[in-house]
Design a binder for this molecule. Structure first.
Ligand SMILES: Nc1nc2c(ncn2[C@@H]2O[C@H](COP(=O)(O)OP(=O)(O)O)[C@@H](O)[C@H]2O)c(=O)[nH]1
Ligand SMILES: [Mg+2]
Length: 217
């Protein structure tokens, strides 16, 4: 009985979240904004990758919503580079949800561009909640180990594009690329997996080409 109640409550939380997410998605589409939900564990290089991507966008306006439990370092870094960025602090919650994004979207006054939403550093919960995005970008790294698709399948399953970051460190870590790709492809047949490095800047031209192919700007 109590198990049933728990399932009902969780379903209603997801339903409410997804209903708001659909409205945000429709509103963003109307404003010609392509929204990307950027997910990945803490420290995988989400902000570093956003900086590399944004500097290659040329002519396309970037907007960023930064999600963190506390602090606003990443927002300050992006703002210092001239990017329109705002911070959401969840104060403890391990993912962003659509009501939080709804408020931030109103504040940003968006039009014609790409909105990057850097989710809370976490490889589990962000994959469970839609937040109005058109695409999910998952960032994984060679330093995390090649077993992550097997251990955290949902994020890999839901991703529309996967960046494998920190490839400059490949000579120093035991990363089994074949095992990693086998795990990814068992879950997700279509998402491109692009090897990148925030240090050497390899791979980001390809990431930006993927984004450009999806937008009408
Ligand atoms: N060696 C190396 N370090 C990186 C790379 N990308 C990010 N880092 C470092 O990893 C740390 C976390 O990066 P950050 O972008 O803040 O990660 P986030 O928490 O996912 O936003 C920082 O010290 C970055 O300089 C990379 O490709 N190679
Ligand atoms: Mg960050």
């Amino acid at each position: 009985m109590s198990e049933n109640r728990e399932i009902e409550i969780m379903e209603s939380v997801y339903d409410k979240n997804d209903e708001v997410a659909s409205k945000i998605n429709a509103e963003l589409t109307k404003k010609n904004i392509y929204a990307i939900n950027v997910m990945g564990a803490p420290g995988v290089g989400k902000t570093t990758s956003l900086i590399q991507i944004i500097k290659r966008l040329e002519g396309i306006t970037p907007y960023v919503i930064e999600g963190d439990i506390e602090a606003d370092f990443d927002t300050k870094t992006l703002q210092s580079l001239g990017v329109k960025a705002i911070q959401i602090n969840t104060g403890g919650a391990c993912h962003l949800d659509s009501p939080l994004i709804g408020n931030a979207v109103e504040e940003l006054n968006l039009e014609n561009g790409v909105l990057f939403i850097e989710n809370i550093g976490n490889l589990v919960c962000p994959a469970e909640f839609m937040i109005g995005e058109h695409a999910k970008m998952l960032i994984s790294t060679v330093t995390e180990g090649s077993d992550k698709p097997y251990k955290y399948p949902l994020a890999f399953e839901k991703a529309n594009i996967i960046l494998l970051n920190k490839c400059d460190l490949l000579p120093y870590v035991d990363f089994d690329e074949e095992f990693f790709m086998k795990g990814v492809r068992a879950l997700n047949k279509t998402a491109p997996v692009i090897k990148v490095s925030g240090k050497t800047e390899e791979g980001y031209d390809e990431v930006v080409a993927w984004i450009r192919a999806r937008i009408n700007l």
